[in-house]
Every structure is written in C-alpha cells, then in structure tokens.
Design a protein around this ligand. Structure first.
Ligand code: GDP
Ligand code: MG
Length: 162
C-alpha cells in the first residue's frame, strides 16, 4: 500500500496547484474562484523519495455551506484516509480566523501533520512563516506551489515521518 498524503486547508490557498505540481498533472482544477475543485481528487505523487497517493480535498460544495461544514467533511476524510496531512495556509492572506479554527480541529486528530505556508514566492520566506507559528503545529514549511520552491524538501520531511 502506498502512503496517503492529504492536502487540507481553506479554499484558494493553493491545494490544487500543489497537487498538480506533486503529481506532475493538471488534473486538479486551479482557479481564483474557490469551489471549482471537484469534491475529492486522487493522484500519484511523483516528487519525493518514492510514490505516494496524494489527495486534494476540494473546495466548497455549495455557497450556502460554511467553512464549518466544509471542514467537517474534509477532516473526516483526512482522518479516515490519510497517513499524513499537509495543512496549507497562504502567506498573502496571513493567518486567518479560518486557519486558526482548522488548526484547532487538526490538532485534536492526533494525525501526523505538516504546516505548509504556500505562496512564499510573494514575500521573504522567513517573514512568510513567522505569522503561522501561533497555529501550534510546529515549524511551518515555506513553499511556492507555482514555482516549486521548497516542495521537494517538504516531501522529504514527510517521508521521514511516515
Ligand atoms: P485551492 O482552492 O486551495 O485548491 O487553490 P488553487 O490551487 O485553486 O489556487 C488558488 C489561486 O492561488 C490560483 O490563482 C493559483 O494560481 C494561486 N496560487 C497557488 N499557489 C501559488 C503560489 O505558490 N504562489 C502564488 N503567487 N500563487 C499561487
Ligand atoms: Mg482546489
């Protein structure tokens, strides 16, 4: 069985962009409009020490549905399936109330989790991660999904924990 690594986080942080980079596909729909990602997307991760199953937990199913319901489903899936969670946040937006709420839920799961600060191409990587230590999920990993920065290092780290 291949290890299962699951991308989680609020819409628009770059989960699908990272999925596409790690799987070397364009299977996950990337857009500025949250909610376009299909409900759940599976692929084979190809960047890293070995193959793995990558899961992109999509966006919001209906606009009436709040972050609470979205996270309920995402977290449930993550618990059921994942060997490791990648919790993505966005340095452009900084640490949002939704991020704090998601982090609280994730910490309760007791699953291995890495905090990934995406879009670090938009600022100094040191500054990018500084805001997110307060999520209590350890040292954040700065990446740029669009440019591929920090991505291999992140997956190497994850494999070290599998
Ligand atoms: P998702 O909703 O979490 O799946 O986010 P998407 O992958 O659809 O990306 C949302 C937006 O963020 C898109 O416009 C992406 O091009 C952009 N984006 C994703 N990753 C990066 C990144 O590393 N740097 C920058 N500057 N933009 C990014
Ligand atoms: Mg998406």
């Amino acid at each position: 069985m291949l290890p299962v690594i699951t991308l989680i986080g609020r819409p628009n942080v770059g989960k699908s962009t990272l999925f596409n980079r790690l799987t070397r596909t364009r299977d996950a729909l990337v857009a500025d409009f949250p909610g376009l990602t299909r409900d759940r997307q599976y692929g084979v991760g190809r960047i890293g020490p070995g193959p793995y199953i990558l899961v992109d937990t999509g966006g919001i199913a209906s606009s009436a549905e709040g972050i609470e319901a979205l996270m309920e489903r995402q977290v449930q899936r993550a618990v059921d399936e994942a060997d490791h969670l990648l919790f993505l946040v966005d340095t452009k937006d900084g640490c949002t109330p939704e991020d704090v709420e998601i982090a609280q839920r994730l910490r309760r799961l007791g699953k291995p989790i890495s905090l990934v600060v995406n879009k670090s191409d938009t600022t100094d990587p040191m500054l990018a991660v500084a805001d997110f230590h307060r999520l209590g999920l350890g040292d954040p990993w700065a990446v740029s999904a669009t440019q591929g920065l920090g991505v291999r290092t992140l997956i190497d780290h994850v494999f070290g924990l599998l």
